[in-house]
Design a protein around this ligand. Structure first.
Ligand code: GLA
Length: 394
């Protein structure tokens, strides 16, 4: 059964009738530019073909009911209750609804907060997805994008994609309590077939950069290590704090206001760990710019070294890789990958490898064998291609 059909069936089970419509939004993979988004830097992600579907229907009252294929549980409350529920005060700790539903309820809350004068009747929402959860492919941004698009239409809000991306980020930061940046929502909302989205996270200006993978007979392989991560806790928050400390010690608003020429000064101003966190961000911003230039001027075969350098920086300076991610990258490179790196927030999730079209089976087999030899859980390996942003499917 497709995720679209699953969403429709879930909706019918919940309400006994057909939805007013079905909307979907894609997950994303990040080609390069990791942890730069909340430092107001540069990223180069693209939306992937895996999508989340939201079957939605208006209600005659003011309640919001949400169900999903993630959990056999329906969350039901009055829309007005969301204002008491969110924003979460202590970073998610006092949220009393399941996390998956907070993404959905958070979108309704953030939209109503943005447009308090709009007429927003109650809704029933059923969610199903084929974006792998916990793989670093932004299953959360896909939920946010599908629900935001549905409510934008059904509540006649007329909001543009960038505003809907900001609504998604607000839901994630304040309703779910995950301190993430804007990359995932922008990548999902602005997805286009055959192009990555070069995003300046300070100005939110974007430019489509053709990847030309297919024309060059290349594939982007995703190696989902099955090691799960949670951004609302732990390492992600700590990395963010280190970056803020680094900016403060440099006397700047954010690390965007520095570049690699500031590294000698940074080395004198801060402890070794903070310095290495800062060095990752400053060099990664430069690598994004270099990748955009290489893709544009020379094509995708020219970006391999930049991907490899990005991985080394995340492994050694930012320290967000795990042995499974390192093994995936090393094995792919040893079997002919043009470039490879971990992608997403880190501490688990997926690696990507840019490989020849003809090498999909050999690289996949080599990685699977290496994981078996190391005693790691078998990885989930598949190819992704740049795909379109949100759409109404039915
Ligand atoms: C997660 C966050 C993004 C970004 C990446 C790291 O995916 O949701 O905002 O910070 O990690 O680049």
């Amino acid at each position: 059964m497709t995720a679209l059909t699953a969403a429709r069936d879930l909706f019918t089970d919940l309400t006994g009738s057909a939805p007013d419509g079905i909307w979907s939004a894609p997950g994303r993979v990040n080609l390069i530019g990791e942890h730069t988004d909340y430092n107001e830097g540069f990223v180069l992600p693209f939306a992937i073909q895996h999508r989340t579907y939201a079957a939605v229907g208006l209600r005659a009252d003011d309640r919001i009911r949400v169900t999903s294929s993630f959990a056999h549980l329906t969350v039901d409350c009055a829309l007005a209750d969301l204002d008491r529920m969110f924003p979460v005060e202590s970073q998610g700790a006092d949220r009393d609804v399941p996390e998956w539903s907070a993404y959905v309820l958070g979108i309704a809350w953030a939209l109503r907060a943005l447009r308090p004068d709009a007429v927003t009747p109650g809704v029933d929402i059923a969610i199903a997805s084929d974006v792998p959860v916990g793989a670093g492919l932004s299953s959360s941004a896909a939920i946010e994008g599908s629900v935001a698009s549905a409510l934008n239409d059904l509540w006649s809000l007329g909001l543009d994609p960038v505003t809907l991306a900001q609504v998604g980020r607000r839901a994630e930061n304040e309703a779910v309590g995950a301190p993430t940046g804007i990359m995932d929502q922008m990548a999902s909302m602005l997805g286009r077939p055959d192009a990555a989205t070069f995003l300046d996270c300070r100005t939110l200006e974007t430019r489509s950069v053709p990847t030309r993978f297919t024309a060059e007979h290349l594939e982007l392989l995703v190696i989902d290590t099955q090691v799960t991560h949670a951004h609302s806790t732990g390492g992600y928050r700590e990395r963010r704090a280190s970056c803020e400390l680094g900016a403060e010690l440099l006397g700047i608003r954010s690390l965007r206001d520095a570049d690699t020429s500031d590294l000698p000064r940074a080395a004198e101003l801060m402890d070794d760990v903070t310095f290495r966190r800062v060095r990752h961000i400053l060099t990664e911003n430069q690598r994004v710019l270099d990748t955009v230039a290489a893709l544009t001027e020379q094509g995708p075969r020219a970006i391999g070294d930049l991907l490899v350098a990005s991985h080394a920086s995340m492994r050694d300076d930012f320290e967000i890789s795990v042995p499974e991610l390192d093994l995936a990258v090393e094995t792919a490179l040893a079997h002919g990958a043009i470039g490879a790196r971990m992608t997403g927030g880190g501490f688990g999730g997926a690696a990507i490898a840019l490989i020849e079209h003809d090498a999909v089976a050999s690289v996949s087999d080599a990685v699977a064998q290496a994981f078996a030899d190391a005693g790691f859980t078998a990885p989930n390996i598949f190819t992704v291609h740049p795909s379109e942003g949100p759409r109404r499917d039915a």
